[in-house]
Design a protein around this ligand. Sequence first.
Ligand code: 5RP
Length: 221
Amino acid sequence: MNSEYLKETAAIAALKFIEPQLESTTIIGVGTGSTASFFIAALSEIKQKFNAAVSSSEASTEQLKKLDINVVDLSVGRKVQFYIDGADEVAPDNSLIKGGGAALTREKIVATSAEQFICIVDDSKLVNKLGKFPLPVEVIPMARGLVAEHLVKLGGLPEFREGTLTDNGNAILDVYDLDLSSPDRMEEEINNIVGVVCNGLFAATRPDKVIIGGKSGLTIR
Ligand code: 5RP
């Protein structure tokens, strides 16, 4: 049983959970990455049962449009009922690291806007404590050096993600070795560095539900 299959089972379980709650006015937020992509594929089967999707990246928008799913802009005051997305790490308290696909800022915006945030993962993403996966931080390109210096002061080892430009035209620093034992505090502290757009800790905005695909079936917490 490979992780792709487990991601797909989690994605389908999320669809089955929201399906009975959908109305013709419902707006669904969709994340980015391979797990979210399974969800988008499944969503196309029931596209007549909801109004539209709000996307967290250009890549997901492209997939949604190819599947003929109506995509609307969040900025015109849309009310998002559900946000479904994957994660890079999930801690026991459901705080997350996200941003492996460099879409963290838009993901956090849509997740924060949603009434319910449902995270879908395979069980390889479960960790006892956050931080083995380097923390992605989106930065304004000219502030890259300045932000890196601050991150070193916080105990981290930032690495510039070569060849990556976010959908917002910014750079990504992947930060190793940070102490993430108080994720809410670290999320806020990193956000306070001038030049940081957003960081991949999802502690202030945690999922309401995490659906985990594992070898012995699904777990929801
Ligand atoms: C993208 C993300 C993804 O949710 C995260 O990287 C997990 O990706 P995948 O579902 O491919 O394992 O945060 O920015």
